[in-house]
Ligand binder design. Structure first.
Ligand code: RIB
Ligand code: CA
Length: 320
């Protein structure tokens, strides 16, 4: 077991919780954030690039290369989530424009370059629709030789958010998610079932908002941002959201997973974008009558140590 930092690359649609994930990834000593790529999702891809650069500047990581990626899914139109993340995708905090620009290559090119250049296998952490990842895997499948694992925030074992059964990142580009699942490298699915449980208590949110450093105040304001759909709560408690997936890379023992078959429903209609996780103890009549189908096996997150990840995230971001 090496004590060298894990090389990681994130693919984001920054976004409130993508920002919380980036703040953590930059500061955790066990992670080496080598690049960030951007894709349309929570807001348009240019807004994602702007927000990502802004967050990295606040985190003191202005040297991490950022690249612009897909501005729409493979098949579907863009269907942004401004109703959750605000018009600018970052809670409409009125942050100044970033000083830096994205690199002059596209996301797929940067992903390939940085994955193959890494001296040790990279852990790829998509926290957004998987369009860039699908394009990468189809354009440069050779990258898998230097990928340790893909830990993606997406999918759901039980209840969806974009639809009753589909989680937003998968729902936004179901075909891309299906490509991801057949990448041929180990995959961890950090889905809504654990995503929605990791909440920072109100007292910690208020402490961050009063923090001395811009990074802390940004973290506090992001955590305090209420999804207008649930803004009735008088004492905002901030969901770490995507940041939990990065915590799972830094501290995998805080997550309980099971290797299970997972398929993405691509059929038009009420199940499109659903991640169908097969938790049956044995095959059923479908297999008896129609034979078994080869299905991708994924390490699916079934439980999370909430206190452990909240403590880890707070200590890392606050530097204590
Ligand atoms: O469904 C939650 C996911 O969709 C998160 O990654 C959030 O940032 C949005 O991208
Ligand atoms: Ca996201």
């Amino acid at each position: 077991m090496t004590d060298q930092p894990i090389p990681v690359i994130m693919d984001c649609d920054t976004g409130i919780d993508d920002a919380l994930a980036l703040l953590f990834a930059v500061r955790h000593p066990g992670l080496d954030l080598r690049a960030v790529t951007c894709v349309a999702g929570n807001t348009d891809v240019d807004g994602v690039v702007r927000n990502t650069l802004t967050v990295l500047e606040h985190a003191g990581a202005g040297d991490v290369p950022v690249a612009r990626g897909a501005e729409r899914p493979l098949i579907e139109p863009v269907r942004v989530a401004r109703h959750v993340h605000g018009e600018d995708g970052m809670g409409d905090l009125g942050l100044p424009a970033p000083a830096r620009r994205a690199v002059d290559v596209d996301a797929v090119t940067l992903l390939r370059r940085e994955i193959l250049a890494s001296p040790r296998p990279v852990t790829l952490i998509p926290t957004a629709p998987l369009t860039n990842i699908a394009l990468l895997l189809r354009t440069h499948p050779e990258v898998t030789r230097n990928l340790e694992r893909i830990v993606f925030m997406g999918g759901a074992v039980t209840t969806g958010n974009a639809t009753p059964v589909a989680e937003f990142n998968v729902w936004h580009d179901p075909e891309a998610a299906a490509v991801l699942l057949t990448a041929g490298v180990p995959i961890t699915m950090y889905g809504l079932d654990v995503f929605k449980r990791v909440l920072v208590p109100a007292a910690d949110v208020q402490r961050l908002r009063a923090g001395a450093e811009p990074r802390l105040r940004l973290a506090g304001e992001l955590l305090a941002h209420r999804d207008p759909a649930t803004s009735g709560d008088p004492t905002p408690t901030g969901g770490l959201g995507d940041a939990g997936a990065v915590c799972a890379v830094a501290d995998p023992d805080g997550l309980t997973t099971e290797l299970l078959p997972v398929e993405v429903s691509l059929a038009p209609g009420p199940t499109r974008g659903q991640t169908v996780v097969d938790r049956r103890p044995h095959p059923g009549e479908a297999e008896i009558h129609h034979g078994t189908r080869e299905q991708p096996l994924v390490d699916v997150a079934l439980d999370v140590d909430v206190e452990r990840y909240v403590k880890l995230w707070l200590e890392t971001v606050e530097g204590i």
